[in-house]
Design a protein around this ligand. Sequence first.
Ligand code: 7TS
Length: 406
Amino acid sequence: MDIQKIRLDFPILSRKVNGNQLIYFDNAATTQKPRQVTDAITDYYNNHNANVHRAVHTLSMEATEAYEESREKISNFISARNLSEIVFVRGTTEAINLVAYSWGLSNLNKDDEVLLSLMEHHSNIVPWEIIRKHKGFTINYAKIKQDATLDFEDFESKLSKKTKIVCLNHVSNITGTINDVKRLAKVAHENGSIVLVDGAQAVPHMKIDVQELDVDFYAFSGHKMLGPTGIGVLYGKKELLENMPPFQGGGEMIKEVSYNKNKCEVSWSELPGKFEAGTPNICGVIGLGAAIEYLKGIGMEEVYEHEKELTEYTVKHMKECDKIKLYGTNDLSKRCGIIPFGVRDISAHDVALLCDNYGIMIRSGYHCAQPLHEILKLKSSARASFYIYNTREEVDRFIEVLKAFN
Ligand code: 7TS
C-alpha cells in the first residue's frame, strides 16, 4: 500500500489549518474524499444528469445505468446474493429506521422483546425506543464489560424465546471494539431471532461478506468510506424485505395506483424499488460506486492491516506518556483504528481544541453513545480515528503535541 501515492488523491490533505499541515484523525465521523469520487460526481452532473428509472431518453438511460452499476458494485463488495437485497438510503441512521418502522411496526407486539447492546450508537437505540412507545414491547440491553467489549454471557442470558430481533454494531464508534457478529448471529438464529447489524464502522475498514456472517440486515454509510454524504445502504435478506411493507410512499415504489370509488388501490414495486420512494440521491450512489472501486483498488485486507499497524503503533507510544489514559480493550486484535483517550486534568473538548490549534482534527464528546460513556464512568472522551491516508509521521506529531500540553 503506497500511502504517499494515496495521499495525492486527496486534495484536502495538502491544506493547512491554523498554520499547520492538516492531520485528519476524525475518520469515524466522516472520511475525506478522493478526486476519483468527486470526479465521478462532477462527470455525472456535467455529462449525464437526468432522473433515473423513468424516461426513455439517452440521458435518463445513462443515469439509470450508472446508478444500477453502483448497486452491482456494492452488492459484490459485501457479497450479497442478489441485487434486490441492496436498498439505497440516506445512511446507517435511515437504514435502521427503515427496519424499525417497516419490519418492527409490523412484526413486534406487546409480548415481544428486542435485544440491543449498551455499546450502540444512538441511531441503533432511538428508533427502537420510538417504536416501543407505539407497540409496547420490551427492549433489553446486553451489558458491556469494563474493557468496553460485549459481555457475551449477558447477551446470551438476555436472549429469550420472546426475542424477535437482535440489533448490534459490528464495530463500536467509541472504542473500535470489533464484535464477533458471526458468532452472535449464529446464537441469535438458534434462538429463533433475526439479526440487524450496524456496520457503519466496519464496512469502511474490513472485508465484509454478509452471507458468511449470515446476518439478516446490515446497515452502513457511504460518507465513512470515501463516498459522499447522504447516501448509505441497507442490505436485507430478500425473503425478509419481500415480506416487509414500504417505509415511505411516493413515486418509484409503486407498481400501480388505481382510483376507484374515492379510493386509490396501491400495489408495490418489486425490490429494491419498494424501498426507494421518490427521486433518489443519484450522484450520491454514483459517488459511492466510485469510492468502492477505489477501496477495491487498494484491497480491504490491506486497508485493515494498515489501520491495525497504525493503531498498534499509536497505542504503544501513547502508553509511554503518563498523562494519557487509553480506554477500551488492550487486546488490539479485537480493535479497529479508533483510539479513545483522555489527557489528565484536561477536558476532552479542550484536548480537541488544543489539537486543532496544531492542525490536528480529532473528535471529543459522547460520540452519540451516551450509555457507553455512563458505563465507563466517563463524562466524555477524546477520539482519534484513522483511515487509509494516515501515517506514522502524523501519529508522531499528534503524540508530540499531546505531550506538550500542560
Ligand atoms: N452507527 C455507528 C456505529 C456510527 O458510528 C454512526 C455515526 C452511525 C451509526 C450513524 O451514521 P450516519 O451516517 O447515519 O450518521 N458515527 C459518528 C461518529 O462516531 N462521529 O460522528 C458520527
